[in-house]
Design a protein around this ligand. Sequence first.
Ligand SMILES: Cn1cnc(CNC(=O)c2cc(-c3ccc(F)cc3)cc(O)c2O)c1
Ligand SMILES: [Mg+2]
Length: 214
Amino acid sequence: TQSTRPQRLLNAVQKKATRGDPRSVVKAIDDFCRHKEWAMNVGDEKGCILDSVVSEINPATVLELGTYCGYSTVRIARLLPPHAKLITLEFNPDFAAIARQVIAWAGLEEKVQLVEGASGDWIPKMKEQFGITTFDLVFLDHWKDRYLPDTKLMEECGLLRKGSVLLADNVICPGTPDYLEYIRSSPRYESRYFKSHLEYTKVEDGLEKSVFKG
Ligand SMILES: Cn1cnc(CNC(=O)c2cc(-c3ccc(F)cc3)cc(O)c2O)c1
Ligand SMILES: [Mg+2]
């Protein structure tokens, strides 16, 4: 049977990266995507911006919307303090199956809870299912038309506190115009745009960092 791109990406990780070494997993995926097959990971350039935001916040609770193959999950989880928890939601079961193996190869299973399903279904259940009060950091990287409704849902469910940070990928390419309009015009957020490039390309893209004011 034909392999899929996520399966070929996992093969590259298992061939090139060292078990238990998250940095080598990140490098193996970046090398594969730059030199073999493009894939929609946040990538190394935007990944450095992600790293700096994570290190600045030093979050105890992180929500990632859109796991894909687990690249940004590994990038974030490798920087988390002990006992910090990262919950990552992925709708596509095939992606989730690959991501679990990438996260395991990096040795980060203890810090990561991968949940399969729709963000709109799971966000209202976060408190009861996972004992979460609020998230210190949310990384939005799932379907671009879900950024805005899911942000409003997180507000309504009381999952954001004064100081919670939303970091959104792809606000230029593919683009999330309704989300940008909302978050930049809302008095409840302080937003800043980090200009960068679409992963592994010269096309403009960027991350929008927004701090919830409560
Ligand atoms: C199917 N699916 C499961 N998860 C998702 C959510 N992610 C994206 O859609 C996504 C798309 C692109 C992208 C694709 C084609 C292109 F020409 C330019 C950009 C880049 C990203 O960084 C993304 O996160 C989609
Ligand atoms: Mg993305």
